[in-house]
Design a protein around this ligand. Structure first.
Ligand code: NAD
Ligand code: MN
Length: 361
């Protein structure tokens, strides 16, 4: 019997409103499929910062490092805590310390969710963005010289390590090899960024050689953005560096409807550290406290967690599939929260999804 210990960090704002729905659906899945999930909750976030002067306790790594996964809500209270502190001292620290070098974001056009792209139907858009999550353009190497003078200048270096590039490319090819489309697209910009991006392309070519069964292509990031809007149906797995992946992964939820349903996984594929699952959205202070946040991003992230925890054990994959089918059913038939044009509350949508999971065959 496989007990999986989950560290639950609801965070701030609507994080604390969508998390109970994520847990409600996980509990329904655990009951229906006989999974053994053990939840432990941590009240880390901006409230913790205002009380203790830090977003997480000093021994946070020991407190959650032994768990099998982390389910995260959202952090941020921009009127009380500066955003760079709220984000860097929590979610970004966890991603880096736990070497979660893959940021995985599925984009799928779901029934009942109108796309801003004309004539696109459910099933037309179904791709995954694999973003490198630990190096690349987001480095702290650099500085400002001669501040405040005419000679002032700033430099920020990009860092692409062979290990870092190869492991994220390999992860993406492995993923593509297991999907029916068996297709991979890489983002690049080797026509403009003339040292790091040709290196990225070179490693891409090398790793691609290990996966003859996967068809692949590459596009410069600018034209790739245009293709994603004009032909989103052509994509299957997209792999990108930290900066380009960041841009692409905000473009997808825009193509597929509302940010309220978009999920993400921050993975340490070797399982040396726990992986972290969180909705793409933030703490949404504009609607927090009203009980109207869409819980689907959180619930879909919980489904990604089941997929990861279950490895190849079929009952865990069945549970994850049941959650996804339940999400699809409720998006199609309601109830729906106001961001989707409905009048339902967060808990109405969570209960409806949980009850579909409880009845899953
Ligand atoms: P946001 O995602 O919180 O909100 C953007 C807009 O989308 C808002 O109008 C909000 O009402 C709406 N929205 C978001 N999630 C929704 C949901 N589930 N249902 C219905 N509507 C939803 O982004 P923001 O306003 O730029 O940031 C607010 C705070 O969240 C900031 O402090 C920011 O730093 C933080 N943030 C945290 C994370 C994270 O924890 N990983 C991610 C993004 C932003
Ligand atoms: Mn972003």
């Amino acid at each position: 019997h496989m007990t999986q210990r989950i560290a639950v960090i609801p965070g701030d704002g609507i994080g604390t409103e969508v998390m109970p729905e994520g847990l409600r659906v996980l509990e329904a899945a655990a009951t229906r499929f006989g999974l053994d999930l053990d939840f432990e909750s941590f009240d880390w976030g901006c409230g913790h910062y205002l009380r203790e002067g830090r977003m997480m306790p000093a021994d946070w790594k020991e407190r959650i490092g032994g768990h099998d996964a982390i389910l995260f809500g959202a952090v941020g209270a921009p009127d009380r805590v500066p955003d760079h502190i709220a984000i860097w001292d929590s979610i970004i620290t966890i991603r880096r310390e736990f070497d979660q070098y893959v940021n995985l974001r599925p984009a799928r056009l779901m029934p009942g969710v109108p796309s801003p792209l004309a004539n696109r139907r459910p099933g037309d858009i179904d791709f995954l963005v694999v973003r490198e999550n630990t190096e690349g353009e987001y480095s702290s190497l650099g500085g400002r010289m001669f501040p405040g003078t005419e000679r002032e200048f700033v430099i920020q270096e990009s860092v692409f390590t062979r290990t870092g590039v190869d492991r994220v490319l390999r992860f993406a090819f492995e993923l593509a090899a297991r999907r029916p489309g068996r297709h991979l697209t890489a983002a690049t910009k080797s026509n403009g960024i003339s040292i790091t991006m040709p290196y990225w392309d070179e490693r891409l070519q090398a790793i691609a050689g290990e996966y003859p069964e996967v068809a692949w292509d590459k596009f410069h990031i600018d034209i790739l953005c245009a293709h994603l809007v004009q032909h989103p149906d052509r994509f299957d797995v997209i792999v990108a560096s930290n900066l380009f992946g960041d841009i692409l992964s905000d473009l997808d939820p825009a193509c597929t409807g509302t940010i309220g349903i978009a999920p993400s996984a921050n993975l340490n594929p070797e399982r040396r550290y726990p992986s972290l699952f969180e909705p793409v959205h933030g703490s949404a202070p504009d609607i927090a406290g009203r009980g109207i946040a869409n819980p689907v991003g959180q619930i879909w992230s919980a489904a990604l967690m089941l997929q990861h925890l279950g490895r190849d054990v079929s009952v865990w994959q069945d549970a994850a599939d049941a959650v996804l089918r339940a999400i699809e059913a409720v998006l199609a038939e309601g109830p729906r929260t106001p961001d989707m044009g409905g009048t339902a509350r967060t808990a109405d949508m969570g209960r409806a999804i949980a009850s579909h999971v409880a009845q899953a065959r």
